[in-house]
Design a protein around this ligand. Structure first.
Ligand code: SAM
Length: 392
């Protein structure tokens, strides 16, 4: 008889204290019905249908697919200098497994966007095969990648030919000394070369992700924006989230979206975009010169201070095949075990739907800020996996 994995087994992979779920009255969501502490069993029944719906009326159509947990930078807000314990090779999904799971998401569950991430996705030698496999799915999803750009100068053309549509390149500074301090590596030139290669390869739009750290690069926000406007890249500033491996994040030291807006407004005229934002995490602004000329756009992602959980359309798969309904989840569904025990796609799809049905209303990081700006007094508990092991 074929071995079967329990499709609703949801396990914390690390021994983390799990806080009682907090259900927030989010705008635009249906009223929450709190589940019992026993997990799925106390949830209201899931309506029939293929899509990845949750109890708050959200529908996930955007898959964040991590292809590796390894990275060749050590950004201070993400990883310690010595790195973290990497996943064992056998635990990583193979290219065929990644494409099969992406296929379940696209063909059975209504996923329309796949973003490759990590760790650093360019470290996967078989990345072109993974992209080509996903691009061959029907209906063909839009394929994006988040990368630090190292090595992109070599691979951008091949990735575009395989079906990659667009990239976000992480770039927090244009100054070599700040790059060294932040990423603990001396590789600014390679990131800039990667950016240029992405544009030349026709990947569009080319977006730039920047995280500002107080006293490190926060004063450099205007120069980053000037650079991106001149080059035709769309810049997004992302509030630093409590997803660092060292659990050292504090609300008090984080540069808030309001501060970023304020800092940019000293040099640019920012006009809030009139286009509806939908599920996009960034609030977008048209950047105009003093004489009113449109110079481009900039986005500010207020992940903490104005979270967009109520409009979240994401579902996440780690490089070792663990399904998460939220970046901040404390539980995961082991799709790798299911795959490797020989279950069929329909069973995987059903486990995926059950996991997303249990998605919490919101992360709650900014619910209640403790004395000194810490987060200990709110119901929020940082997940044990850092950003690099989840996939940003
Ligand atoms: N290695 C790739 C890169 O550098 O873009 C992809 C993975 S990285 C984890 C994805 C994104 O997450 C990057 O833009 C990075 O700046 C962002 N990131 C990492 N840690 C973060 C944190 N604690 N808060 C906010 N953004 C973070």
């Amino acid at each position: 008889m074929r071995a079967r994995a329990d499709p609703v087994r949801r396990r914390p992979i690390y021994p983390v204290p799990v806080a009682a779920p907090v259900f927030l009255p989010l705008p635009g969501t249906r009223p929450a019905q709190a589940p019992s502490a026993t997990g799925d069993h106390g949830f209201p029944p899931r309506p029939a249908g293929d899509a990845l719906v949750d109890r708050f009326g959200r529908v996930a159509a955007d898959l964040r697919l991590s292809v590796t947990d390894r990275c060749n930078l050590r950004c201070t807000y993400c990883m310690p200098a010595e790195g973290v314990d990497w996943l064992a090779r056998d635990d990583l999904l193979t290219a065929a497994e990644l494409v099969r799971l992406a296929g379940v998401a696209v063909t059975a569950l209504g996923v329309r966007h796949v973003r490759l991430t990590g760790g650093e996705p360019l470290l996967r030698r078989d990345l072109v095969d993974i992209v080509a496999g996903i691009a061959a799915l029907q209906p063909r999803p839009r394929i994006a990648m988040t990368t630090n750009g190292l090595g992109l100068a070599r691979s951008a053309a091949d990735l575009a030919a395989a079906g990659l549509d667009r990239v976000n390149v992480s770039l927090d500074t244009l100054r070599p000394d700040t790059f060294r301090a932040l990423a603990r590596r001396d590789r600014l030139d390679q990131t800039l070369a990667g950016l240029a290669a992405a544009a030349s390869a026709g990947l569009a739009p080319v977006k730039v992700n920047a995280v500002l750290m107080r006293g490190v690069n926060d004063e450099q926000a205007p120069e980053l924006l000037r650079f991106c406007l001149a080059a035709g890249y769309e810049l997004r500033f992302i509030e630093q989230m409590p997803l660092d491996a060292g659990h050292g994040w504090t609300r008090a030291t984080m540069i808030t979206a309001a501060e970023i807006h304020d800092r940019l407004s000293r040099e640019f005229s920012l006009v809030a975009d009139e286009e509806p934002r939908g599920s996009a995490p960034a609030e977008r602004f048209a950047v105009r010169s003093v004489d009113g000329r449109l110079q481009g756009r900039v986005g500010i992602v207020a992940s903490v201070t104005a979270s967009f959980c109520g409009a979240c359309d994401r579902t996440r798969l780690t490089a070792d095949g663990q399904l998460r309904s939220c970046l901040f989840s404390h539980t995961e569904t082991d799709l790798r075990a299911m795959l490797r025990s020989g279950v069929d796609d329909a069973e995987i799809a059903e486990a995926w739907r059950a996991t997303m049905w249990a998605k919490p209303a919101g992360h709650g990081i900014d619910d209640e800020v403790g004395a000194g700006g810490g987060i200990a007094s709110s119901g929020f508990v940082q997940p044990d996996r850092p950003m690099s092991a989840i996939g940003g």
